[in-house]
Write a protein that binds this ligand. Sequence first.
Ligand SMILES: Cc1ncc(COP(=O)(O)O)c(C=O)c1O
Length: 429
Amino acid sequence: MTERYKNSEAFLDRALKVIPLASQTFSKSKTALPFGVSPYFVDRAKGSRMWDIDGNEYIDFVNGLACVTLGYCDPDVDAAVRQQMDSGVTFSLPHRLETEVAELLVEMIPCAEQVRFAKNGTDATSGAIRVARAFTGRSRVAVCGYHGWQDWFIGTTARDLGVPPAVKELTQAFAYNDIGSLERLLASYPDEFAAVILEPMNSTYPRDGFLEKVQAATHQHGALLVFDETITGFRYTTGGAQQEFNVTPDLATFGKGIANGYPLSALVGKTEYMKVVEDIFFSGTFGGETLSLAAAKAVLLKLRREPVLQTLQLRGQKIIDGVNQLVASLAMAHVVGISGHPSWSFLAFKAAEGFSAVEIKTLFIQEVFKRGIYSLGTHNLSYAHSDADIDRLLACYQEVFGLIAQSVSDGTLRTLLECEPLAPLFKVR
Ligand SMILES: Cc1ncc(COP(=O)(O)O)c(C=O)c1O
């Protein structure tokens, strides 16, 4: 038992008896958190701070896997939810909020002419694929990035257990910024692809007109282009990555930050395609649940009223610049680098001097957690992160990167680990 995490470790034993992996979300489970140096359960969070069940305080850079964009317990969102709660949650008829939030999305997102709501990002991406298959009368899907847990996507990953071969056969992956990989895929099955779905960006910026070329190749093939903006939406710009990069897809999916942690996702797109939703089956008991819609309305209005995303951009750029300076001053570019958008940036650890990337990342996690920074290597910023929070992060990195650089070069890294290194996780991006 580890003194700092003793309540977490004891509760983990209890939870594991009744919950596989003791978590509803793979990336929040013990699979992602090295045992002995990690918390496993949260008590509460407010603004940019999170407290685990041992009372340890962290500045949280994970933010509910990037669904919290304004900060925990945002007062505007909380007030809107409390007000809605007084008149009910889920009803026997659609509520006005469905239309009001749909209208806001249509105003804000370039490709959005019509909208349908659901709960998880996976619901929206799966809805998009159903629409594309129904519209085109075709079955194949080309994917690039992560799109959720359903058969049609997860069958392309190493976590494909339980997905029938017949389903797996219909989805193939192409590589980001490699237009040739998509063109070859489309050419191998003429007229068979219903959809090309991709994260318009995750860790790397699109190069050489990649998104425009994807759009052209997709349309030439007769398929629909779907941007999965589950993370980029309401994080990059108020109209998503499609607005930032000026490429308008046929359909797009949103989730995560749309409601600052309340469960809501949206499938949006041009009416021509969205009309198909009247004929397919895309429907759920909780699609019109109003606490999340009230939260979304408060989020969207705040995004328009206040410099939320400009602030994320500014603070995030400070992280990228700070990390780059640190890496240069410690001459450790062969060990770690940083990439991605300021609002959602990624540290990438590399195998170096006989140490695996996973061993180095495990030491990173152990040491930042100790210092009250909650990050697994990404910086999912929220509006609640203050400039002082970023200074604290960079001061922590100065110590931890120094430790990593030193122990990699003198060969002592393994002796600093107070835990087993993480098992390599299945990679989706
Ligand atoms: C780009 C992207 N698409 C889809 C999903 C699936 O969303 P959810 O986990 O809400 O089903 C995620 C979740 O991480 C995601 O990042």
